[in-house]
Design a binder for this molecule. Sequence first.
Ligand code: ZN
Length: 434
Amino acid sequence: MSINTKKSIGQQMHSLMEELFPITRSITGEGVRNTLKRLKEIHPNLEIKEIPSGSRCFDWIVPKEWKIEEAFIEEVETSKRIVDFKNNNLHVVNYSVGVDKIVDFEELKKHLHYREDLPDAIPYVTSYYKPYWGFCLSYNQFKELNPKSRYRVYIKAEHFDGVLNYGELIIPGASEKEIFFSTYICHPSLANDNLSGPVLATFLAKFVKNLPKRRYTYRFIFIPETIGSICYLSKNLETLKRNVVAGFVLTCLGDEGDFSYLPSRQGNTLADRVALNLLNHEVGKFKRYSYLDRGSDERQYCWPGVDLPVCLVMKSKFGEYKEYHTSLDNLEFVTPKGLEESYNFYTKLIEVLENNRTYKVTTLGEPQLGRRNLYHSISHLGRSGFTKLLVDFLVYCDGERDLVEIADILGVSAYRLLEVVKVAKKYQLIEEVS
Ligand code: ZN
């Protein structure tokens, strides 16, 4: 008897997430570099790039690096540690300035963040662009504080001129035209938002590398959110505008909730059309949002004048699940099953994009299928099944409509239609229009 001990794709993805989870990430600093270094072990051609602090990128200035070593709140009278960064890196407001002083409860309270509605959760709070120090704790921890006590607040952190890092992985294809995936690497110990994004990107890059042939070039970028996409665009805008045919921001892809779709600003790009076709016909149930619900790097990619064809297909959308931006968005909330569902969706999407061409029929009038033995060889269902789909497909191969558009007209999955294309090509019933 053989026992299959091979891990599923979902389990492999989850294992990588477990490794990356404890790293203290921020928009800059050692945590980002260590995350990128780990990903570079998997994809040696991932380039780790840097932009110096203080550089101007469009309307923004690259922030200083942040380094944190230690942080805690201690009750002075008892020397009892109330919260300690060592136990959870969410306990400190991300990018906090350093502090070391004794404060009363009223003063302390002004620097504490908790969620009364989620009494066990430590919230994730950032202060990137305003100097501030603060701590995050569960409401249950907060309730234990004694209003009469004095507290020592200690954060050993510094900001200094360094660099902003990001990762870029380019996998060349036959064409310079590109499929673009952007994901971010700035959240500390948080799973769905955001580690599911870089983990899926890493596995999709493996999938792309293993394709027997690639029509498109693939660009995967791992950046800090917002400032990273602005920096990246400021350096690569012309290339991206010239080459990207479809792009996706990868985030919130590992829970077991329904899929969600957030369109590009234009709403009808190739990225949107493929995403929607597969959501409708390969997924079925999904939540549809508007561009007004945007929140991640699509804000930059779809900005007027940038106008890249970028949309999002997520599981539970950021801001829409209760665990979002708290310590409850953890390795239990994200599961191998949830990750694998996203992987399966995006690998189908890549296959459809690779094969999305415009075709023209080769006959005037319906081809005589019987003469080609097509009724017998492709389907025992006769015209009611596969053959009907084949002829319906041919009807719209007018040299104008691409595969996805025809799939939408027929009300079928573009992924399923790939089988029909294969047969139509084999029997030379269609030819590609360049
Ligand atoms: Zn977030």
